[in-house]
Design a protein around this ligand. Structure first.
Ligand SMILES: *Cc1c(COP(=O)(O)O)cnc(C)c1O
Length: 379
């Protein structure tokens, strides 16, 4: 499709090209100096002690679950209104995902009250997801985790740069996980980062990232080690130098690019909140959002398929975040019917509008006009 306004777009220029060229010229392709620099720069940006780069956020979530000790017989409480990988990672670790509802139709983050109600003696961890870059109710969730001695994982795939009172998303729980997939705020194609302030967790995550081996090819290349031992059943969840080089450039752009995303979101809010036929979540939200997504909630009488078709006819791409995980065939087979009323309302009426940092004012205007027409069409 040749969209007038696509759902997302990269913010790449010559700097990314040069960074990749330098890696190729250096003749060192896998985890090395650039990966170390990317990890260091990311940790410094967030104000966290350890940042461990990985192949993608899905494997990062797997490592996070393993590191905090999630295993067979355990339960992990998480939202269903998330990307399926959040839940798959719990299954990879051999544990059972327990889906709970989100806060409300204007705050799509996991509900602290629902978490509390779902706790059992088997509960090992809570995994929150900061939808669209908007932080979950972290004060309440942190207090709950602390009181009950539960591990807290943050799926911060949408939230690099989101913060509240100077604390970044991905640094509040025990482990944070970021995604650098092509459509995310910081894009390298495939990549991710795991963050923690805990030395022991960091050590475990580094070990499991590379086959449970006690030294890396890079260490041996630098003459720091001659051999290695294998002390755990690990994986190859490493990143490479090309992607770390892209990540370093993208990280430099992140603050400005998130600012533009917030500006576009504010403009959408001011124009779209006047319209009949939809409502807009996060109209009042504390903290600073990385503004990864711009979701709207259609009124019940607006047909979502017709609305999205009408947008498409005007050249504007839209999407749905998300079909709830508990509604997928695979999960229904495993866990049977689960009832999550607010998640189901949002899952059936949400539409995501285009949002990316290189969006022009003209493109934002095209989307707003298209929404107005699509709403007339859809009712
Ligand atoms: C993108 C995403 C992931 C998975 O990230 P990958 O890097 O593609 O593995 C996990 N959780 C959420 C909420 C995401 O949006």
């Amino acid at each position: 499709m040749n969209w007038r306004v696509a759902l997302s777009d990269l913010d790449f220029d010559n700097r990314e090209k040069q960074a990749v060229q330098k890696v190729l010229d250096s003749r060192w392709l896998t985890m090395g100096q650039r990966t170390e620099r990317f990890e260091g720069a990311f940790a410094e940006y967030l104000g966290v002690k350890h940042a461990i780069a990985v192949s993608n956020a899905t494997v990062g979530l797997h490592l996070a679950n393993l590191a905090v000790g999630v295993g067979p017989g355990d339960e992990v409480i998480l939202p269903s209104l998330t990307f399926v990988a959040t839940a798959n990672a719990v299954l990879y670790a051999g544990a059972r995902p327990v889906f709970v509802d989100i806060s409300s139709e204007s705050d799509f983050g996991i509900s602290a009250g629902a978490i509390e109600a779902a706790i059992t003696p088997q509960t090992k961890a809570i995994c929150v997801m900061h939808y669209g870059g908007y932080l979950c109710d972290m004060p309440a969730i942190l207090a709950l985790a602390e009181e009950l001695g539960l591990a807290l994982i943050e799926d911060a795939a949408h939230a690099p740069g989101s913060k509240m009172e100077d604390r970044h998303a991905g640094t509040m729980g025990d482990v944070g996980v970021f995604s650098f997939f092509s459509s995310k705020n910081l894009a390298v194609g495939e990549g991710g980062m795991v963050t923690t302030d805990d030395d022991e967790l960091a050590k475990q995550i580094r070990l499991m990232r590379s086959h449970g081996m006690t030294s890396l090819t890079w260490d041996r290349h630098r003459g720091h080690a001659h051999s290695y031992d294998v002390v755990a059943l690990g994986y190859n969840y490493r990143i490479d130098e090309v992607r770390s080089a892209l990540g370093l450039v993208q990280l430099e752009k992140l603050e400005a690019s998130n600012r533009r995303r917030r500006e576009v979101s504010e403009f959408y809010r001011s124009r779209l909140s006047e319209l009949d036929g939809l409502s807009i979540p996060y109209m009042q939200h504390p903290g600073i959002s990385a503004a990864h997504l711009f979701p709207v909630l259609l009124d019940p009488e607006v047909d979502r398929i017709e609305f999205m078709e009408a947008m498409k006819e005007q050249g504007v791409q839209t999407s749905i975040h998300y079909p709830p995980v508990h509604s997928f065939s695979y999960y229904r087979e495993w866990f049977g019917e689960v009832s999550l009323p607010v998640t189901e309302v949002v899952g059936s009426r949400e539409v995501t509008l285009p949002l990316y940092s290189s969006m022009t004012d003209e493109q934002v205007g095209i989307v707003v006009d298209a929404v107005e027409r699509a709403l007339e069409h859809g009712r």
